[in-house]
Design a protein around this ligand. Structure first.
Ligand code: S3P
Length: 181
């Protein structure tokens, strides 16, 4: 069993389309936690969409804002579900911040399911390329170990309904945080 985290938060990491926001919101309801999303914090602060930020300032600028969002959450965030952007683990400086923030849960799904979930939107600048499917596979390969190294617990959501994923995380959270059933 994992050590009890410093803070009573659940931090969701994982690839784009792995369900961090939808699972996160449902989990927050289930546990009566607040929900927060680092992408949302970044957009609210900058008053621009992430895709605009990538276009105007580039990815490195976005990554700085992402680390700043994590740092600001370290102050006074308790009993929150914190959803993060899929690339958060690409910056080594972010990993200790994630782990300090709470219990880090990795949501996994296979490439087919990820691709299905991310297709059709124009929300994800990194997938606006000629062959998004190949890009998904490349990025998954690049990031797989980074996600695993940052996570305290992993749930593979391939073929599961959102409620089943929520229950798996809620059950384990009960053990990790030592809550009474
Ligand atoms: C990114 C994932 C996005 C967003 C940005 C970069 C990534 O978040 O942070 O477009 O590098 O994988 P989601 O995982 O919520 O789509």
């Amino acid at each position: 069993m994992a050590n009890k985290p410093e803070r009573e938060n659940i931090v969701l990491i994982g690839f784009m389309g792995s369900g961090k926001s939808t699972v996160g919101r449902a989990l927050a309801k289930r546990l009566r936690f607040q929900f927060v999303d680092t992408d949302q914090i970044i957009e609210d602060r900058a008053q621009m969409w992430i895709r605009q930020m990538f276009e105007r300032h580039g990815e490195a600028y976005f990554r700085e804002r992402e680390t700043a969002a994590l740092e600001s959450l370290l102050i006074g965030t308790h009993r929150h579900i914190i959803a993060t952007g899929g690339g958060i683990v690409t910056q080594p400086r972010n990993v200790p911040l994630l782990q300090k923030l709470g219990w880090v849960v990795l949501l996994k799904a296979d490439a087919d399911e990820i691709f299905r979930r991310v297709s059709g939107g124009r929300k994800r600048p990194l997938l606006e390329v000629e062959d998004p499917r190949a890009r998904v596979e490349d990025l998954l390969a690049q990031r797989g170990e980074l996600y695993a190294a940052a996570a305290h617990f992993t749930v593979d959501s391939t073929g599961l309904r959102r409620e089943q994923v929520v229950e798996k995380i809620a059950d384990e959270a009960q053990r990790v945080f030592g809550w009474n059933p």
